[in-house]
Ligand binder design. Structure first.
Ligand code: ZN
Ligand code: ZN
Length: 421
């Protein structure tokens, strides 16, 4: 089965031939070192097993107590969905929706789609809708945040230990299992293998040359299944995804998202993130105030995590992405490899900024015991969540290929777009 499996590297756009891989091996781009594909042992069965187990764990996290909270002889059991209902009741329905989407709805949809598509592949029968769902898997993946939520839970516990006794319920342990199985599922889903199994491998367009950029040969690599297409095909020949022309207006869109994020970053830091009402009075804290509070309590690790996640990461991301946009437009004497490395940093760290929003949500839910103590989110929580989402969208809309061939890609992209219209 010697087929030409040629790909354009999604990061630097070099056209490379994928070798036949043995189980446990991966292939990387020879120029920018980005991993292109990974071959697991018995991929279909393995992913199906992990995804099904993760679905069972997700279901187990729902009915049982997640945490127990005792204060002054009163004990309260909190189930996972209480974090969502508590936010809805305290007039923050959007934050509640955000939590529900990022820890239950999107991961649940992802797991069901993965189980269905890999079931279809493992049974060697084509089940209807598999192609559509396989595309959905790629779209949902960047928004999975179960691991970030778990770290948020641990931080909230440290914050609350001074106020009350906290215990773990069954559902908490199921959630830990869910996070691990989810990570296993995600790391074993390889879109290259999946699309080959679902739709085989159409030959690359005639005249394709290895070792040159796809763009310079009038080719575009599909950003879902990786297949090489001609831009005039409009839709990918294998997965039918609309072909996204690299570099087209990506810089303008990224800059617009970054500017909005930077503006919202101001209220996120100036306004109250969380207010705690105790018998002693009301304590209102901003993001930085929360860090100082943790330092005063001697929880240096938590203070450091919140400081990095909420202050350093968003600023770093806005500055680095903004600077990369500048580089693409005006050029800079810096090696391509180093630019690509900076881009990967922003891509990797993005989701972790969400920790502080999760911390507030969990604390609000935990303190619904409410008589002696109550906690509610402040306007900064909404502004900050928006900053995180906007910077994630900015990183997604930025096209790293432009870093490897700044001037040419952009002018050529514009010419092609002009031709099309
Ligand atoms: Zn590459
Ligand atoms: Zn495709």
């Amino acid at each position: 089965m010697a087929r030409k499996r040629w790909r354009a590297c999604p990061e630097c756009d070099l056209v490379v031939a994928l070798p036949a891989l043995r189980a446990g091996h991966s292939a990387s781009c020879p120029r920018c070192r980005r991993e292109l594909t990974y071959r697991a042992r018995m991929p279909a069965e393995r992913v199906l097993a992990y995804a099904s187990a993760a679905i069972v764990m997700l279901l187990l996290t729902l009915p049982y107590p997640f945490l127990t909270f005792s204060l002054g002889g009163m004990q309260e059991n909190i189930i996972l969905l209480d974090t969502v209902t508590a936010l809805r009741q305290s007039d923050w329905p959007l934050l509640g929706l955000l939590i529900a989407m990022s820890i239950i709805v999107l991961p649940g949809m992802y797991l069901l789609a993965v189980a269905y598509v890999y079931g279809s592949v493992a049974s060697r029968h084509y089940w209807p809708g598999s192609v559509w769902l396989a595309r959905a898997i790629s779209h949902i993946k960047p928004w999975l945040m179960t691991d970030v939520f778990l770290v948020g839970v641990l931080i909230s516990l440290v914050k609350l230990l001074t106020l009350a006794d906290i215990g773990f319920g069954w559902s908490f342990w199921a959630f830990c299992g869910y996070v691990v199985l989810m990570a296993k599922t995600v790391s074993n889903v390889d879109s290259d293998w999946l699309w080959f199994a679902l739709q085989d491998e159409p030959a690359p367009p005639t005249g394709t040359q290895l070792g040159e950029e796809a763009w310079s040969q009038h080719l575009v690599g599909c950003n879902i299944c990786g297949l090489l297409n001609r831009p005039e095909d409009i839709h990918c020949r294998r997965c039918a995804r609309k072909i996204r022309i690299p570099g087209s207006h990506s810089v303008e869109r990224t800059v617009a998202l970054l500017v909005t994020a930077a503006i919202l970053y101001v209220p996120a830091n100036v306004y109250i993130m969380m207010s705690t009402i105790t018998v002693g009075g009301v304590v209102e804290s901003t993001i930085m105030g929360g860090v100082v509070q943790m330092l005063e309590m001697g929880s240096y690790l938590v203070a450091a995590v919140i400081f990095f996640a909420s202050i350093v990461i968003p600023v770093l991301k806005i500055v680095v992405l903004g600077w990369l946009c500048y580089v693409v437009r005006y050029g800079q004497p810096m090696s391509m490899q180093r630019r690509a490395r900076w881009y990967r940093v922003t891509e990797f760290i993005g989701r972790w900024s969400m920790i502080d929003v999760f911390v507030v949500a969990i604390m609000v839910a935990l303190i619904q015991a409410g008589v002696i103590l109550s906690i509610s989110p402040g306007p900064a929580a909404a502004a900050f969540a928006a900053v995180v989402i906007l910077t994630m969208l900015a990183a997604m809309s930025f096209d790293p290929k432009a870093l490897w061939q700044p001037a040419r890609v952009n002018t050529q992209a514009q010419e092609w777009i002009d031709e099309k219209h």
